[in-house]
Design a protein around this ligand. Structure first.
Ligand code: DAK
Length: 256
């Protein structure tokens, strides 16, 4: 089936979702976030789907972040509300799905794109993929669970380095840190995601669902997610935020 912002398909118990905004490096705008939600709900309710694979179109980007052109006018209240909405319908929604979602990271996974991959239960990356949370270079901080999920995956020290520098890392380093489960040559990415999916599909669906719930209970994060939302929205409307966003849109380096 084809649609404007996503493609979906069901094959051998796998529900495929491909983000289809290649020219904008699959950046997440509001419509895309909502459409992804509906795709996930459909797969959640479809008993023929046992595992979901989420990937981006093209070989350049999984998702290069939230769509920066959309949030330049937001103030703190609006930012807080929209981050809550995004978490509810997409990021936390995926993290608490009853069926595993595998992110097949086919290129850049930046900002909201890496947050999306981290919300998935598992991640497989192409060798050329690059990952990072560059929000501080835009005058904000990660607002879709990135401060919490990155620290949980790679430890507080590594998360501090990635978030405070905003630097990108390559796929091999991400593997060493535990940010991704596997790295493969790019032409083998989808096959590797399928193989991983079938290693899960052979197991009991009820157990898979309960295991996800139990593993998620290790999150001491509810307080952390609240704090992230507060600190995230506090960045909006500041001079740093205005400069960071303007610099990106004008394709220049910010002067903080
Ligand atoms: N948003 C919008 N457009 C984007 C984009 C993005 N995140 N990333 C790329 N694009 C667009 C580019 O503007 C360009 O559009 P045209 O100029 O062709 O119209 C097109 O995609 C191709 O990109 P480039 O020409 O830049 O491609 P390059 O190969 O030169 O560079 C790059 C690739 C990935 C290094 C570069 O595109 C890049 O630095 N992209 C931005 C990475 C980034 O900073 N991502 C955002 C992180 S912050 C919020 C919730 C969450 C957030 C914010 C608000 N609320 C609820 C309010 C989260 C924010 C983030 O994700």
């Amino acid at each position: 089936m084809e649609d404007k912002l996503t493609w979906i398909e069901i094959q051998d118990s796998i529900g495929w979702i491909k983000i289809n905004r290649e020219k904008k490096l699959n950046a997440l705008n509001r419509d895309l976030i909502n459409e992804l939600h509906h795709r996930l709900v459909d797969f959640q309710n479809d008993t023929s789907v046992k595992v979901i694979i989420l990937t981006g179109s093209g070989d350049k980007a999984f998702v290069a972040g939230a769509d920066i052109s959309e949030f330049s006018n937001y103030g703190p209240k609006e930012a807080s509300a929209l981050a809550r909405h995004g978490n509810q319908v997409l990021f936390d929604f995926i993290a608490h799905m009853e069926k595993p979602v595998i992110a097949a990271i086919n290129g850049y996974a930046l900002g909201g794109g890496l947050e999306l991959a981290m919300a998935c239960q598992l991640r497989v990356a192409a060798q050329h993929a690059k990952m990072g949370l560059p929000e501080v270079s835009l005058g904000v901080i990660p607002g879709y669970g990135g401060t919490q999920r990155l620290a949980a995956l790679i430890g507080k020290g590594n998360a501090m380095e990635m978030i405070l520098t905003g630097d990108m890392i390559g796929a091999e380093k991400a593997l060493r840190m535990g940010l991704v489960n596997a790295v493969v040559p790019s032409e083998q990415l989808l096959e590797a995601a399928i193989t991983l999916a079938h290693r899960i599909i052979k197991n009991a669906p009820h157990s898979i669902k309960n295991a996800i719930k139990a593993i998620n209970a290790t999150d001491v994060a509810s307080k952390g997610f609240e704090e992230e939302n507060f600190q995230f929205s506090d960045c909006f409307g500041t001079a740093d935020f205005e400069e960071g966003i303007a610099a990106f849109l004008e394709k220049r380096k910010p002067l903080f």
